[in-house]
Design a protein around this ligand. Structure first.
Ligand code: GLN
Length: 490
């Protein structure tokens, strides 16, 4: 049962070949068996899961089943869940129990999903290997005895889905947090167009970039899950009015995309970025395949794209420093009493935030200070606009863009990457975040070390469906077997 994809599981549930309770029990058993080793959940909710599953079985029995009825789900612990501890993997919110539900988690519940628990992440989603979590790093199910990273920040979700401790899971992507972890765990991770999935109730990191999205094993599953997550939300000011129409189309099986005459862009400037020989080989093979299907491969230029990293690491800390100002020991979470108000702020924030979050608060506050605002923040905003203009221009000539997701495969959690080396891992993901473009990471194949590599398909804003359609071509050609029992060596 654990190896079923989302689409297959729905079929079996509908045909009453399996029950939601059986499916949920199978996942809870695996959480029991492997949960501690993989450290993919911060909080497990077995009672909630079993009562959700019982409701699903009732609905299958009386003909009122919803689109994702009975599907066991891991929810990134950045989405507020009413009555269920929501930590953002931070000591600051270690015991925080929200009084409201995020739109995305509500929509998934309304679609019939069974909540297994809240998955691990980098603290406040700041990181690339899920190691800044107050609860410790998640482990990649691939070659798990080696303790490789499951990627970050959504590493708890990718670890859970790849290892068969959740059938599907949610992520959020600010600069790559869905796509990079999906790539290094052999999964499909879709960062939808900014505004397609509501940010309401999703703990804020950088509000102009944060994008919730699905993490699953197959592209068809991504489309189906996204159909339940996407939608216009009056509670969220940047929610896209187009979202409902896209969600409706996604409810139907993905139509096949004809490659004939399709123009696929390859970004010229990315050629200067060093990638592994394995990634290059897989990427070239995919290009050849897409070409043989009748698509035209063309070079496009995004002149400032290599400045996207620096731009992102000015803009995102700036927004984060403002968003995280609310954790002052007065309103939410942790409070360490000091000698007065200011001392309480200081003590609380010093104890509540980990090192990486503190670094970003310092950087963000610095670039927003009156001396630095013009030279750093405004300059970054200008470069962001230039990158966006270049994408708009490129999309006048091409339909979709492809590029690698990462330069490398999963690395050991004990590798001591410097902060800047860590940030540099986001080189292929942040440019599209800055422009709010839909970008899907899909397995491209295995490297020589038997670890998965991913590549991205990127589209115009709101062209999410075509992004998924091309991703499906790539997935089919790669033919990567990511059944959890195989990944876990069972
Ligand atoms: N790795 C990036 C960062 O640390 C992206 C994180 C994210 O997308 N949430 O900011």
């Amino acid at each position: 049962m654990i190896d079923l994809t989302l689409v297959q599981a729905i079929e079996k549930l509908r045909a009453r070949e399996i029950t939601a309770i059986e499916l949920t029990r199978a996942y809870l058993d695996r959480i029991e068996k492997f949960g501690t080793e993989l450290n993919c959940y911060i909080t497990v909710t077995p009672e909630r899961a079993l009562s959700d599953a019982a409701e699903s079985d009732r609905r299958y029995a009386n003909g009122t089943a919803r689109p994702l009825e009975g599907i066991p789900l891991g929810m990134k612990d950045l989405f507020a869940t009413k009555g269920i501890r929501t930590t953002a993997a931070s000591r600051m919110l270690e015991n925080f129990i929200p009084e409201y539900e995020s739109t995305v988690s509500q929509k998934l519940a309304d679609a019939g999903c069974v909540l297994l628990g809240k998955t691990n992440l980098d603290e406040f989603a700041m990181g690339t290997k899920c190691a800044t979590s107050y609860f410790g790093a998640s482990i990649n199910p691939y070659q798990r005895e080696q303790c490789l990273t499951a990627g970050g920040s959504s590493g708890g979700t990718t670890s859970a889905v790849a290892g068969g401790l959740a059938l599907i899971g949610t992520g959020t992507d600010t600069g790559g947090s869905i796509r990079f972890p999906a790539a290094v765990t052999g999964l499909v991770g879709m960062k939808p167009t900014y505004g397609l999935c509501s940010r309401f109730g999703c703990i804020a990191f950088a509000s102009s970039l944060d994008s919730p999205g699905p993490i699953v094993r197959k592209v068809d599953d991504a489309a189906l899950m996204l159909s339940a997550m996407a939608g216009y939300d009056t509670k969220e000011s940047t929610s896209a009015p187009q979202a409902d129409a896209i969600a409706t189309v996604l409810r139907e099986p993905l139509a096949e995309l004809s490659l004939k005459g399709l123009k696929i862009g390859i970004i010229k400037e990315f050629k200067d970025v060093e990638i592994s020989a394995d990634m290059k080989k897989l990427f070239d093979a995919q290009i050849a395949n897409i070409k043989s299907g009748g698509a035209e491969i063309m070079e496009i230029s995004i002149p400032n794209i290599l400045d996207a990293l620096a731009t992102y690491y000015v803009i995102s800390p700036a927004e984060a420093s403002s968003n995280l100002a609310r954790y002052d020991g007065m309103r939410y979470g942790l409070r360490i009493e000091g000698t007065g108000l200011e001392d309480t702020y200081k003590k609380t924030r010093a104890a509540g935030f980990g090192e990486e979050v503190q670094r970003r608060m310092v950087v963000g506050t610095a670039v927003l200070s009156s001396e630095s605002y013009e030279v750093y923040f405004m300059q970054a905003a200008r470069v962001r606009r230039m990158i966006d203009d270049a994408f708009n221009k490129a999309f006048e000539n091409c339909d979709l863009i492809i590029c690698p997701t990462s330069t490398i495969t999963a690395f050991s959690l004990s590798d001591n990457l410097s902060v800047l080396e860590m940030y540099a891992l986001d080189i292929f993901t942040v440019p599209f975040s800055l422009s709010g473009l839909p970008a899907c990471s899909v397995p491209a194949g295995f490297a020589a070390n038997n670890l998965p590599l991913g590549m991205q398909v990127v589209g115009r804003r709101f062209d999410d469906i075509r992004v998924l359609q091309l991703a499906k071509h790539i997935e089919t050609f790669a033919g990567l077997d990511n059944r959890p029992t195989k990944v876990m060596g069972e």
